[in-house]
Design a protein around this ligand. Sequence first.
Ligand code: C5P
Length: 401
Amino acid sequence: MAEVIADLEGKSIILGLTGGIAAYKSAFLARRLQEHGARVQVVMTAAAEQFITATTMQALTGNPVYTSQWDTRVPSAMAHIDLSRGADAILVVPASADFMAKLARGAADDLLSTLCLARDCPLLVAPAMNKQMWGHPATQRNANQLRADGVVLLGPTSGDQACGEVGAGRMIEPDEVLEELVAFFQPKLLRDQRVLLTAGPTFEPIDPVRGLTNRSSGKMGYALARAAHEAGARVTLVSGPTALAVPRGVNRIDVETAQQMFDAVMATVLHAQIFIGVAAVADWRIREPSAQKIKKGRGSPSPVFEFVENPDILATVAALSNPPFCVGFAAETHDLDAQAQAKRHTKRVPLLVGNLAQDAIGADSSELIVYDEEGRITLGPADKLTLARKLIAEIAQRISS
Ligand code: C5P
C-alpha cells in the first residue's frame, strides 16, 4: 500500500453529516482525514443521527460530536461561533437535498446550517441523493445557487444507488472527497495552464499475444498529473499501459505503442503551455510484427527480429516552432549527472529531471535531480506525490520568470 502523506497537517476540518444513507461513508472519511494529518470536528444533523451514531463518529475522531446549537458543553453557549472559529474548511458529507436547499436560502435552523452561515472559511459539500431528487429543477437551482455563492460541490457521480436505481446523485467515494480536499488546499501555481504529460511504459507488439515493454510503473507521471491538476492546471495525460487509477480531473488518453503516444501528443500539444515527458518510451519497435502467434517448433530456428527506431516525442515537441515549456526525464543506472545534462542538450529542453533507475522504477519513493542551465538541485528523497508537487513548483517558478 502507498504510504500516507500528511498533506492536511495543521488543518482543522469541520465534518458535517446530514441525513442520507451515505452517512456511513463519513466514518471512513473521518479516519482518512486524520491519517492525512487533519484535526476533525464532527457536527451532525438530527437526520444524520438516524443513519449513524454520534458515538461512532466520536470514537473515530477522539473529539466530542456536536448535534445541537443548544449544546451546553460549549463554554460561550454559542456553538456555531466557537466551532467555526479556527476551522480551515467545513466539509458536508453527505449533503442531502434538504440540506442543500437550506444552504441555498441561507437557513439557520440547526447547528450545522447555522455553522455554515456563520463561517469564515471555505465550504465544500458532497451531494448524495436519489437520481430524481438530484435531477429535480429545485435541487439543480439550489446547486447552481451554491456554486454562485462560492460553495465547492464535490460530485455527485452516477452509479448504483441505495434505493436500487442507477443514475446521477450517488456520492463520490470518501477517498475521492479526500483527494478533492487535499487538492483544494494546494497553491494554484499553474492556474488555467494547459499541461500535457506522457507516462508509463510503451508496449511494442511482437505478435498478437507478445510484446516488448519496460519496467516503468507510471507512478511518477501519474503523480505529476495529479500535482499539476491540484495546482489549477488543465491536464491531459497520455498514458501507456499501467494499472493506475486516473487522478481526479485529469483527462487520460490511453495508448500502447510509442507511435500511438507520439500521435496522441502531436494531436494535442499545440494547446499546451507545458509538456512533461515522463513516459519510458521504447527506443525501437519491431519492423513487422507477426499477424499470427509465432509458434515454436521442433528444429525450427529461433525468430530474428528487425528493429526500427521510434520517433523521439520529447525532442520533436521541443523542436516545434513555438514549443511549450518542455521537461524531460532520464532514468539512468549510472553516470546520472553526465547522462542527464547530455540529454538536456541533445533534446534541447530547458529542464531535465534525472533519477537512478534502480531507485525509481516501481518504487513509491525516490529522489529527483533537476538539471537546468544553472546546474542541478536535488528534490527529496520523498514519496512520489511530494516530489511531484515540488517539481511542479520548480516548473511554475521558471515559467513565471
Ligand atoms: O532518450 P531517452 O529515452 O533516455 O530520454 C528520456 C526522455 O525522453 C524522457 O523524458 C522520455 O519521456 C522522452 N522520450 C520521448 N520519446 C522517445 C524516447 C524518450 O519522448 N522516443
